[in-house]
Design a binder for this molecule. Structure first.
Ligand code: NAP
Length: 289
């Protein structure tokens, strides 16, 4: 496993398991299978409804001697109907209970809406109390990201270590990937495999590059992300694909192959938080208005 050092000196595995859309009754087993396969980072969220089962998987892997807690990097995220100082304080306590952990490695603000500063204040306090090791944000598009970085500095709060955004060969977020490192924040990719959309696993260019290295399309994509110095979490419930997705540290894409993959960008995120219609629909979805 490769690690990236975050701006607070903590090292984070560059590749991890994401448990979005994994049903509760499959989550524990998937987490254990992933740890067996060598994954050391696990990414869940309040919104995924499987914090409890994620924690059960981690705790069973630890009690079976597969891994020690300090070797794992556990991320969760606060959902935006729990934003604001008091609500986020409660959410953090509930996450610790659901996950059944003494601490959480990384706690993210999931969406760039609502009272993000009240929430961040609660996260900073929980960090000072040792309940969270690192703080981060997710889906903060470039202008919002810069505003947030400036506000955090004005308030003398610790910088977020991560901005987790959608990123894959079809959605390369060129402006974000320029701006995030400029502020010494690590970019993390969600949906690295584009959730399988747009026939990505049959893409001709990616398939041909895979043939050059005897690797699958998924392995080529994940390797391209590693070589771009980006952290990622990938989801699979299939034990063979879990092993396939982590078997990417024994080959290297050439500069030409990297550039060819760069040419696949469509500049169309599947979730565009700057789009007013998306934002309107998102509020409906979360608050059911
Ligand atoms: N911050 C956010 O707003 C946000 C949003 C979305 C996701 N995320 C995080 O990012 C993680 C990853 O994103 P994602 O789950 O949306 O999508 P993804 O990892 O890009 O794609 C997952 C899909 O690809 C399939 N797959 C995985 N490995 C494969 C392989 N080697 N060959 C063929 N198919 C393969 C999976 O099916 P099988 O399970 O059947 O293998 C699943 O359908 C999430 O789990 C979550 O932790 C964060």
């Amino acid at each position: 496993m490769q690690y990236k050092e975050l701006n607070n000196g903590i090292k984070m595995p560059q590749l991890g398991l994401g448990v979005f859309q994994i049903p509760q009754n499959e989550t524990k087993e998937t987490v254990i299978n992933a740890i067996k396969a060598g994954y050391r980072a696990i990414d869940t969220a309040r919104a995924y409804g499987n914090e409890k089962e994620t924690g059960e998987g981690i705790n069973e892997a630890i009690s079976n001697g597969l891994v020690k807690r300090e070797d794992l990097f556990l991320t969760t995220k606060v959902i935006f109907n729990e934003y604001g100082y008091e609500a986020t304080k409660n959410a953090i306590e509930d996450s610790l209970n659901q996950l059944n952990q003494d601490y959480i490695d990384l706690y993210l603000i999931h969406q760039p809406y609502g009272d993000i500063y009240g929430s961040y204040k609660a996260l900073v306090e929980a960090k000072n109390e040792g309940k969270i090791k690192s703080l981060g944000i997710s889906n903060f598009y470039p202008a919002k990201f810069v505003e947030f970085m400036r506000e955090v500095k004005l308030r003398n709060w610790p910088k977020p270590v991560i901005n987790q955004i959608e990123y894959n060969p079809l959605t390369q977020q060129k402006v974000a990937s320029d701006f995030i490192p400029k502020f010494d924040v690590q970019m993390e990719a969600w949906a690295p495999l584009a959730q399988g959309r747009n026939n990505i696993f049959k893409n001709e260019l990616l398939s041909n590059i895979g043939k050059n290295h005897n690797k699958s399309v998924a392995q080529v994509i994940l390797r391209w992300i590693m070589q771009n110095d980006i952290v990622t979490v990938v989801k699979s419930t299939n034990p063979k694909r879990l092993e396939e997705n982590i078997d990417i540290f024994d080959f290297e894409l050439t500069n030409k192959e990297m550039e060819q993959i760069n040419s696949l960008d469509t500049n169309k995120p599947s979730m565009d938080h700057q789009n007013p219609e998306f934002t309107d629909d998102f509020y409906d979805m979360i608050y059911g208005l």
